[in-house]
Structures are given as C-alpha cells and as structure tokens.
Ligand binder design. Structure first.
Ligand SMILES: NC(=O)c1ccc[n+]([C@@H]2O[C@H](COP(=O)([O-])OP(=O)(O)OC[C@H]3O[C@@H](n4cnc5c(N)ncnc54)[C@H](OP(=O)(O)O)[C@@H]3O)[C@@H](O)[C@H]2O)c1
Length: 248
C-alpha cells in the first residue's frame, strides 16, 4: 500500500517549484492533495491535472496565506472536498535578496507576511483541523536560517522564525499527536530561484560549496517531505533537517 493512502494533505504554494513537486509526490504516495496557490490559476490547474492523470486525487484552492480569511477558506475547502486534514506542508514562501540599504518597508513586510505570519496562522488552522487524530506539519525553511549570507538578512530572519515555530510548536502540539518539523533546502532549481536577481551568479557559487556538486531539484525536497508526512517518521518532531547536498 502507498505510504500516504487515506491521508489528506494541504500543500501551500504548490502551483510551481518545490511546492508543486511536493504535491505531486504526496499524491503519488496516495494522499488526497490540496494544491494551494496565490495567483497562478493555470499552473495550479496543471499540477492538479498531472496528479489526476496518474490516478491521484487533488484540487486547487486559491488563497493568500498572509490573509487569515483566505486561510479559513483554504481549510474549509479542504474539509468540504476531502472530509478532513492530516498533513500540512507550509511551503509558500517569497524571497528577494537585497542589501541593507535597499530594503524598504514593503519588501520587509512582504517577506514577513508570507513567510512568518502565513506559516504561523496556517499551522494554527491545521492544528485545529487535525483534531484528536493528530497530524504532521512540515515547514519549508531554508539553509539561510542556519547560515545567513549577505543580502539575505530579511529572508534569513523569516526562516529563523519558522524554525523557532517548529521547535516551540513541537513541544506544544506533541501531546496532541501533532508532529512539527522543518526542512531546510539549499539552493534549488525552481521558477522562483531562476527569477531571482543574482541567481545566475549565485548558482555556481552554491555548487562550489556543495559536497554533492550540484544544486537541488524540487524532487530532492519532495522525497523527504513524503517521508516526514508518513507514519515512518512518527518518532521525529521538532527537527530542522537540511536537504541541501551537504551545503550549509
Ligand atoms: N528555491 C530555492 O532555492 C529555495 C531554497 C531554500 C528554501 N526555499 C523555500 O522553498 C519554498 C518554495 O520555494 P520555490 O523556490 O519553489 O518558490 P517559487 O518557485 O517562487 O514558488 C512559490 C510558490 O508559492 C506561492 N505563493 C507565493 N506567495 C503566496 C501567498 N501569499 N499565498 C499562497 N501561495 C503563495 C506561489 O503561488 P503563485 O504562483 O500562485 O503566486 C508559488 O506556488 C519557499 O518557502 C522558499 O523560501 C527555496
């Protein structure tokens, strides 16, 4: 039997990049999967089509994770469609490297609203939706949380906040049978990474600092999420797990 058969998963930010690969992998492992996204209707529908074409179950739900009313709608839609929620992958995230002098209030608030406020209140909604069955929350952080580099001060701080949530909520939610872990990807080939200013120079630099000699692909991250979402990981909580080819 597939590892996630019978489970319902919500993956935030799943219209492209790492989130899309996670949604496809969880569905491949048997989970009915909610593909959340903010703006990219066609991309999200394509992810759903790829899943259903392989016999999986999925639905797309447009919701901005930085807005509490949207989060409520996301969870209501998941329960209406699939009856319950067992797994949350808090993947939606934004990044735009800037030096200190170029960070303005909008850039700062945008990154904190999506990466910190969004992750927190989506986790709150998940804990409520899991109920007495418990569940698993996987937060997609970044190696930037462990090794904040130049021009990534705001982004790194958002991911350090995510890891603090992971550790605190693991204690708080453990008694409710809810696991909370962070995955820390290194540089990973995604639409967002390709569009990021400076990514062309960043890539060879990241490769040279990676023992396994390449940057990641979304599937590298998705495989570890599927493990953490499964009962095979039932004894793991409160952990920060770099998935980065050894880069840190
Ligand atoms: N790529 C990397 O090198 C790397 C490294 C370390 C960590 N990460 C982390 O991995 C996660 C995914 O990164 P990625 O590179 O795959 O990103 P990406 O290619 O830019 O895709 C971002 C996804 O997040 C969604 N999203 C953005 N804002 C949202 C919001 N307010 N509400 C709901 N969804 C929203 C986007 O939806 P729309 O398309 O609809 O806007 C899209 O599906 C992020 O948390 C990122 O910080 C990435």
């Amino acid at each position: 039997m597939a590892r996630l058969e019978g489970k319902v998963a919500i993956v935030t930010g799943a219209s492209k990049g790492i989130g899309a690969a996670i949604a496809e992998k969880l569905a491949e492992e048997g989970a009915a999967t909610v593909v959340n996204y903010a703006t990219s209707d066609a991309d999200a529908q394509n992810v759903v089509s790829r899943i259903t074409a392989r016999g999986g179950r999925a639905t797309a739900v447009k919701a901005d994770v930085s807005k509490l009313a949207d989060i409520r709608r996301l969870f209501d839609s998941a329960v209406t469609e699939f009856g319950k929620v067992d797994v949350l992958v808090n993947n939606a995230g934004v990044y735009e490297p800037r030096p200190l002098e170029a960070v303005d209030e909008h850039n700062f608030d945008w990154q904190f609203d999506v990466n910190v406020k969004g992750v927190y209140f989506v986790a709150q909604a998940a804990a409520q939706a899991f109920g007495e069955r418990g569940g698993s929350i996987v937060n997609i952080s970044s190696v930037a949380s462990l090794s904040p580099r130049a021009n990534l001060s705001v982004y790194s701080a958002t991911k350090a906040a995510v890891d603090a949530f992971t550790q605190s909520l693991a204690w708080e939610l453990g008694p409710k049978k809810i696991l909370v872990n962070s995955i820390l990807p290194g540089a990973t080939e995604t639409e967002g990474f390709a569009a990021m200013a400076g990514s062309a120079e960043m890539k060879p630099n990241a490769i040279s600092q990676t023992p396994l000699g390449r940057i990641g692909v979304p599937r590298d991250i998705a495989n570890v999420v599927a493990f953490l979402a499964s009962d095979d990981a039932a004894w793991i909580t409160g952990q920060m797990i770099p998935v980065s080819g050894g880069f840190r």
